[in-house]
Design a protein around this ligand. Structure first.
Ligand code: MP5
Length: 209
């Protein structure tokens, strides 16, 4: 089993909750209230701003040129993603300077702290965050409304192109962890899935009936 699949299997119970989180399900069937989507847009924009800086530091820390090629290649895609967040926020008249929430801030801060634990841990964190999004949005792709307002986001994280990036990252993870995941990597992975679920909990406040 690859290191990546081993890490996911070790968190199987929580991992399954990503795709069935009410926020993800409601985006998929188009019933998510606009206010909840707006809260997520502000929080995730703040996350991606921090994430790009995290990836830039991972490029610098990478052990060799193929790893740097792969990681640096993702920075262009992140620019496209930030442009999408900003154009959608402008269309929805959202202030992206609004407080993103403590989970969003804590998650982003922890990404940066993981760099101090060395490249294998930081790349595990990167992989976990990307795989979480891929697995969640892929689960709703087939039933999502392609003309609805949430489609550009669902499409971005469930596309074949994104799937290729996930596989390439898994290959890098295997390469830097030939003996399989360490306990420290398992701990980092467990934090990822708990941060991801808490992130959606924070923006998902069911509307009063
Ligand atoms: C991602 C994200 C995916 N946008 N937000 C959270 C909370 N976790 C993971 O990362 P990316 O860089 O948008 O593909």
């Amino acid at each position: 089993m690859s290191c990546a699949d081993d890490l996911v299997a070790g968190e199987a119970g929580l991992w399954a909750r990503l795709a069935s989180h009410p926020f993800v399900v409601a985006v998929g069937d188009g019933t998510l209230p606009a206010e909840a989507f707006d809260r997520w847009l502000v929080a995730d924009h703040a996350f991606v701003v921090g994430y790009r800086r995290f990836v830039a530091q991972l490029v610098a820390a990478a052990p060799d040129e193929p790893a740097r090629d792969l990681l640096a290649g993702s920075l262009a895609a992140l620019q496209g993603e930030l442009d999408l967040f900003r154009s959608q926020a402008a269309a929805r008249r959202l202030d992206l300077g609004t407080e993103p929430g403590l989970i969003a801030l804590g998650y982003t801060g922890w990404l940066h702290a993981s760099l101090l634990e060395g490249f294998p841990i930081a790349v595990t964190v990167l992989y976990g965050a990307e795989r979480a999004y891929f697995d969640a949005w892929r689960a709703v792709r087939d039933r999502a409304d392609r003309r609805g307002p949430y489609w550009p986001f669902v499409d971005r994280w469930s596309s074949e192109e994104f799937s290729g990036w996930i596989d390439a990252l898994a290959g890098l993870l295997d390469r830097v962890t030939p003996g399989g995941p360490t306990e420290e990597q398992r701990t980092a992975f467990s934090r990822i899935v708990r941060f991801e679920l808490a992130f959606w909990d924070e923006v998902w406040t069911p509307e009063p009936k």
